[in-house]
Ligand binder design. Structure first.
Ligand code: ZN
Length: 311
């Protein structure tokens, strides 16, 4: 039983429209599901990914309109690291981000930047041969597209406390220092710790990561849950999120983890050609549709080129 790397990463935005613009237009991701937060169904839950909505390339946001900016501190992920194919892709992205008014910093084989709300991103040249997971975009040559998550970096005051859970329970393998690899039969990712900054104003808010989910085979989820219980952590029951099933627990450094199943996926309730173009609601939430369609703000998606190419 192995985890297949990162399944998805969920963060917070205070501005869904600006968020859609940055992730679909600037970064060239596809919106693969437009739904609501199942724990708070009056707010959006937006999912961005590759053309197929694959685990491993799925960044999601809860929108709390007007949310104050958060500050990543101990127990929080502070950087999302994505793969690209080449050094030429890093150059492409440096130019593209600059043209869109986004400051970036090139350092070695990596490019650092933040989204409009301060969420940290890094592009690195892929060092593994996992399948590239890419989205189509008319402005981004396929060879330069983002290819999925390489990993995440979190702050910890005491990473040693997390070692038994990561290593013994979840099967992460320590690489060097505080960097761990989590790899299954098909994909892998890294999870690493940096020393927590001294600021005391750590705060969940816009531009911060809420949780990181690791991918499991559907038939293994209950066994993963029991394994987490026997390690002394306190997971939720298995929760059916309709697009996948999930278990949540906090790892000892404070980061909220989820284990999510690979499948059934985002095409379970809409045509794969039209993912994310309208509000999708799992059956339990369908009675809220009329109210939600009045209160949720319109989003600048899909772009005209997508409508034209699927017409
Ligand atoms: Zn999640």
């Amino acid at each position: 039983m192995k985890l297949e790397g990162i399944h998805h990463i969920t963060a917070i935005t205070g501005d869904a429209a600006g968020n859609v613009e940055f992730y679909t237009d600037v970064l060239g991701l596809r919106m693969v599901k437009r739904t609501v937060n199942q724990d708070e169904p009056n707010v959006y839950h937006l999912f961005y990914g590759d053309e197929h909505g694959s685990p491993g390339m799925d960044l999601t946001f809860f929108e709390y309109p007007g949310a104050a900016a958060g500050v990543a501190g101990a127990g929080m992920v502070h950087r999302i690291v994505w793969r690209v194919a080449s050094v030429e892709a890093l150059e492409f992205w440096k130019d593209r981000l600059e043209a869109r008014g986004v400051v970036s910093e090139r350092s070695g084989d990596s490019l650092l930047f933040s989204d409009p709300e301060g969420l940290g991103h890094e592009l690195v040249v892929a060092g593994v041969d996992d399948e590239p997971l890419t989205a189509d975009s008319p402005e981004i040559p396929a060879e330069h597209a983002l290819q999925g998550f390489d990993g995440v970096r979190a702050y910890s005051l005491s990473p040693v406390r997390s070692e038994p859970l990561l290593g013994d329970t979840l099967g992460f393998r320590r690489a060097e220092g505080e960097r761990w690899n989590v790899r299954g039969e098909r994909r892998g990712s890294f999870y690493s710790y940096d020393p927590a900054p001294p600021e005391l104003n750590r705060r969940q808010g816009a531009g911060t990561v809420h949780h990181v989910a690791f991918a499991a085979l559907p038939e293994d989820l209950e066994a993963w849950r029991l394994r987490v219980v026997s390690a002394g952590a306190s997971p939720t029951p298995v929760i059916d999120r309709f697009y996948f099933k999930s278990v949540y627990f906090r790892e000892p450094s404070g980061v909220l983890f989820e284990i999510a199943t690979i499948g059934p996926g985002f095409a379970v309730d809409e045509d794969a050609e039209h993912l994310g173009e309208r509000l999708s609601l799992p059956p339990d939430f369908e009675p809220l549709r009329e109210r939600l369609e009045l209160t949720l703000r319109p989003l600048p998606y899909p772009p005209a080129w997508r409508l034209a190419s699927s017409a």
